[in-house]
Structure formats: C-alpha cells, structure tokens
Design a protein around this ligand. Structure first.
Ligand code: UTP
Length: 471
C-alpha cells in the first residue's frame, strides 16, 4: 500500500505518527509496516484503547457479587453419588467415542520464568529433563492406548513462538504422536499504546505488537481452520489446559460426563484457595451470571470475607482447566461478540519521535489482552467442579520460589509417591523435608494410579536415596 492509502486508515484514528519514518524505509520495510497496519481493525482497537485509558469501563458492583456455586470433588449424598457415577460412565463413552480433543494454549511469553524459548519446550522433570510438551504428548499417547482412539491435539502458539514450537516437535518426532493429529494454530497480535493512546513502534518499520491473550483462542481456532478440522473428525468437546501446568488430568471422564449431562457449554475446575491472598481468579455470580473476577480486582474485604462456617466466602479459584463445546466456540466466533480486552501496564521498548531507542525503566505502555475465562459469562449452564490441588495443579510460572520448576517437581514427586502407594508399593517416608528418592514416572506409562498396578512386581523395594525412572 502507498503512504496515502495508509494515512486514510491511520489519520481518522489518530495514528498517523506510525508513518513518521516512512520516507527512510526500504521497499521491504514499507511492505512489512504496511501489512502490520492493514491487518488490524483500528476502529475497534481504538474503542478498546479509549475504554482502557478512560473511565469508560463499567466498574464491577462488588456489593452485588456472590460466590458462584460449585460441585464438590466427592459426592455429598446419594443423588450426587449416582450423578457422578453416571457422569464417569458417560465421560468414558465420550472419550472412547472419539468426541474429545485436547486444546493447549502455549502462546504466552513466559516473562516471569525468564526462559528463552517457547515455555512448552522448557525441561522440568527430575531424571529425563523432559519438556512440558513431551510430558503432555506422552500423556495423550497413554490415553490413546487406554481408549483405543485418537485424541487430536490443538496447540495455540503466537507469531513469536510458532516456528520454534513446530521445530521442537519435528526435532523430537512429535514424541511418538502422529503429526497429522497435532494441529498448531497461531493467535493474533495487538499493538501496544502509550498512555496518550498512541500506538508504539518497536522499530521504524514495525509496530510494538504482542500476543492478544489466551482469549485470542476463539478467533484463532476459527480462523486457522481448527474448528473445521474438529467438525470433520466428529469432535464435540475440547479439554483445555495451559502449557505451564503439567499435573493437569488431560482427559477426566467425570468432568467430561458432568459437562455433558448438565448441558454446559463451558465447564471449569475450581481450586479451593489455600488462603485469602492466593493469586487466583475467583468464580463469582453477578446478576445470575457466572464470571471470573481477577485476584487483583477483588477488594481486600471480599478476599478475606468468611461465611458462617468460617471458610473463605470467595474460595473457588480458577486453575484455568476447562471443557469447551466446539458448538459454543462456533457460536462465539460467528456472532463476533465484542469481548473486552483487559489492560496491562508494561515496559515496552520503542522508538521515540526522534528515532532514538527507548528502554523504559517503568511501565510506559498499555497492552491489551483477551482472557479465555470471559467466555464463561456467555456460556449456557456453566458448570464448576472442584479439583484436587495435589493431583492437578502445580504451574510453572516463576524461575524460583512459588509456582516454580522446583515447586512443580516437588508436587510431581509427591503425586508419584502417592500413586505408587495406591498401586500397592511400599514407599519410603519423607524425612527432614527431603525427598526420599529421585523418582520420575513417564505419563506414557501411567496417567493414574491404576496404570501402575501391572508394574508393581518390579517395584517391590524402593530404597531411600535411590533413583527410579518408570517409563
Ligand atoms: P500467563 O498468563 O501465565 O502468561 O499464561 P505467560 O505469557 O505464559 O507468562 P508471563 O505472564 O509472561 O510470565 C497462562 C497460559 O496462557 C497462555 C500461556 O502460554 C500459558 O499457557 N497464553 C498467555 C497464550 O497462549 N497467549 C497469550 O497471549 C497469553
């Protein structure tokens, strides 16, 4: 496109400055900038930016917020016992009937972990140094063996990490999965803006773009043809998880069965918060609609409020584990609902008006990100089922401390020991807070304790201090 044509797009939305260096650019650079500009819907973006910068965003009426009800992990009465048994049975049928696929969002930058590469390629297991992607792939392979069916795996990447992600899978021969059953889709990017609402340039020929959040999944599933692929394969449900939580149960018959029996369009697992300050989104009800309110948005008073049983009133937190109906995603993307992105203030390196490079020491820009969980409010019959933290949640977010590779390995070891014990193996006790042995169970061998039963013989004596790799 010519400069004049680009100005026709940019001038009405107050972004002509993006062409400030146009006359210095080579034809290839002009092409780059032009395609970045024309691939954005500026009118829509500017309405989000105005909302994010101004006071146009509706504040949450906190006094009307209620905790959202959730189903417990264990049934409380005979009716629930029957419901859970039926749900498990139905879930198994859905799995063996080939109606379920996996969906992993892996487009994040992983800034907090500080790892140079897609987070899914991060090695975290104690003995094999298996990556997150390998761990999930092995789990999927094990479920395929159990249910004698293919579970297609849809992986969302971002333009920044798509190529290294695909290369990683190729280098590792897709960890034994069939490449035709692994589908990569790229999420969209959005420009960053300064606090005056001007889009920033990362280079003279390039906008400061970043991934549009995990809520970019819906558009990406649609635009990439993934939804069509699911339809062709007869997939009705997606088991959704984030790339940084290797403990997640990939396919849970109970969760899937309840989702279907209750005619839910989007279901969620809930973690009962450890304490009031645990940084999880909260499942809430507002005007009868389920929503997740971020930890940082909740007033301290509500975070700490307790009920008549002295439990936290808003105790159901989100570990970002969901089941999604393909029909629901189809409906969302066909209706083009105007999801509101969330604002995050960040340090974004950029090019100043005089062409100098700015490396900000404090946040200088807003980024806009869509959150997947905002779709819960639009879903029919959203269901929430409690989950077991020790079994399902140990995310790798930070390099050290809380939610780090270290805490994840500890949780994995504790779970592996529990599984062995449940399978009938005598395991040494933990002493002085130290791990009794180095242990790694490949998900290719076991995704639940019963998978270990056939191997109990060769595990009769587990000695403290020993190393054991089960694969
Ligand atoms: P986080 O919110 O933890 O972000 O993502 P992150 O980018 O991985 O890490 P930080 O905040 O920079 O340290 C939760 C999940 O959502 C995915 C991530 O890959 C992760 O699985 N995600 C996040 C996307 O797929 N796209 C995004 O734009 C953002």
């Amino acid at each position: 496109m010519q400069k004049e044509d680009l100005l026709k797009i940019l001038a009405p939305v107050g972004q002509s400055h993006l062409l400030r260096f146009w006359d210095e650019l080579t034809p290839a650079q002009r092409q780059n900038l032009s395609s970045q500009i024309t691939s954005q819907d500026w009118t829509k973006i500017m309405s989000w930016v105005r909302q994010a910068l101004g006071n146009e965003q509706q504040p949450i009426p906190f006094s009307q917020l209620q905790p959202a009800p959730y189903l417990p992990l264990q049934p409380r009465n005979e009716t629930e016992k029957k419901l859970y048994a039926d749900a498990r049975e139905r879930g198994r049928q859905l799995l063996s009937g080939g109606m379920v696929a996996a969906f992993t969002v892996a487009g994040g930058q992983g800034t907090r972990l500080g790892f140079d590469g897609p987070k899914g390629t991060f090695s975290f297991t104690p003995l094999r140094q298996a990556s997150l992607f390998q761990f999930f792939a092995e789990g999927i392979a094990r479920y395929q063996e159990k249910y004698q069916i293919v579970f297609p795996w849809y992986i969302m990447t971002s333009p920044a990490n798509d190529l290294p992600t695909r290369q990683f899978f190729e280098q590792h021969a897709f960890f034994g999965l069939e490449p035709k059953n692994v589908f990569f889709l790229q999420q969209g990017m959005l420009p960053a803006f300064d606090f005056q609402g001007k889009a920033l340039l990362a280079e003279k020929d390039s906008l400061a773009l970043s991934a549009n959040g995990h809520g970019g999944s819906f558009a990406a599933l649609h635009d990439s043809g993934a939804l069509q692929d699911m339809q062709r394969r007869g997939i009705r449900y997606l088991s959704y998880w984030q790339v940084d939580n290797p403990l997640v149960t990939l396919f849970d018959p109970l969760f899937l069965g309840l989702h279907e029996i209750k005619a839910s369009e989007m279901s969620s697992r809930a973690l009962i918060k450890r304490d009031s300050m645990e940084k999880l989104g909260h499942f809430c009800l507002l005007d009868g609609k389920t929503m997740i309110v971020e930890y940082s948005d909740m007033p301290l008073e509500l975070l700490q409020q307790t009920d008549s049983e002295q439990q936290l009133r808003f105790r159901a937190g989100s570990p970002a584990i969901h089941i999604l109906n393909c029909d629901f995603i189809q409906r969302l993307t066909a209706d083009q609902p105007d999801f509101q992105p969330h604002r995050a203030d960040k340090k974004v390196p950029c090019i100043a008006a005089d062409g100098s490079v700015v490396t900000p020491a404090k946040p200088n820009a807003i980024k806009l990100e869509f959150f997947l969980f905002d779709a819960i409010t639009l879903a029919k019959n959203p269901l929430i089922l409690a989950t077991d933290r020790e079994e399902q949640f140990a995310p790798i977010k930070n390099a050290t401390g809380e939610d780090s590779p270290q805490t994840c390995r500890e949780a994995l070891l504790a779970r592996s020991l529990r599984w062995l014990q449940e399978a009938g193996v005598t395991v040494p006790c933990q002493q002085d807070g130290k791990a009794p042995l180095k242990l790694e169970i490949s998900p290719r061998l076991a995704v639940e304790p019963s998978d270990l039963v056939p191997h109990v013989q060769r595990l009769s004596a587990l000695r403290p201090g020993s190393e054991l790799l089960l694969e």
